[in-house]
Design a protein around this ligand. Structure first.
Ligand code: FMN
Length: 194
């Protein structure tokens, strides 16, 4: 008999005492690697309790149940004609290309048009400027999350795999950590003193 893994990431965060979850949409592993690096840096540098999560392993219609003092980070690659990776396809359909107002799980919203109004998120996209739909997945996810009432922490980051992906990532993430520390109420400079 095998143990069944929960698809409820909020329950998993509660059970394992995590407050920041790094979701990745990745085909060949780059976004997954970036998510892992960010999660590790958050723990080692800023003492945050982090975990990574493959988007296809969890029920993303529970996003509305993420506590307001927690954070969801999305690290998302774009493929094809501005399409998501296979592991992000269900999330993409639910959030972006599905019905006008995606269904979430709670039934006690103050504003039914803004079901994600307690949710705080960070987004970084991986793409390549030689493609027409540059970083379309992170852009449309960002736009939709905001439209549904969620609050982005810091600026959206975008990396260009045509040459500057790693530099784009590195130059984005320090300001991102500053914004995340402000949001989480922790001292950014303490993590950068050594
Ligand atoms: N990047 C874009 O911005 N837009 C695209 O439409 C796009 N299509 C791609 C199609 C293919 C077949 C490949 C190999 C890459 C494409 N990219 C596109 C670039 C990838 O998003 C980029 O290489 C990314 O770093 C891959 O991340 P991953 O290793 O996590 O899958």
């Amino acid at each position: 008999k095998t143990a069944r893994k929960t698809r409820d990431f909020v329950e998993k965060m509660r059970e394992t005492d995590k407050t920041v979850i790094f979701f990745y949409g990745s085909q060949t592993g780059t976004a997954e690697d970036y998510a892992a690096r960010l999660a590790k840096e958050g723990t080692q540098r800023y003492n945050l309790r982090t975990m990574t999560a493959d988007l296809e392993d969890y029920d993303m219609n529970l996003l509305d149940t993420l506590p307001a003092n927690h954070l969801a980070v999305f690290v998302l690659a774009t493929y094809g004609e501005g399409e998501p990776t296979d592991n992000a396809a269900e999330f993409w359909e639910h959030l972006v290309t599905g019905e006008d107002l995606p269904e979430f799980s709670r039934d006690d919203y103050e504003d039914a048009e803004r079901p994600l109004s307690d949710v705080h998120y960070v987004v970084f996209g991986l793409g390549n400027k030689t493609y027409e739909h540059y970083n379309a997945v992170c852009r449309r996810v960002d736009e939709k999350l905001t439209k549904l009432g969620a609050t982005r922490i810091g600026d959206r980051g975008e990396g260009d795999d045509d040459g500057s992906l790693e530099e784009d990532f590195l130059s984005w993430k320090d300001d991102m950590w500053k914004a995340v520390c402000d949001f989480m109420g922790i001292d950014f400079f303490a993590g950068n003193s050594g």
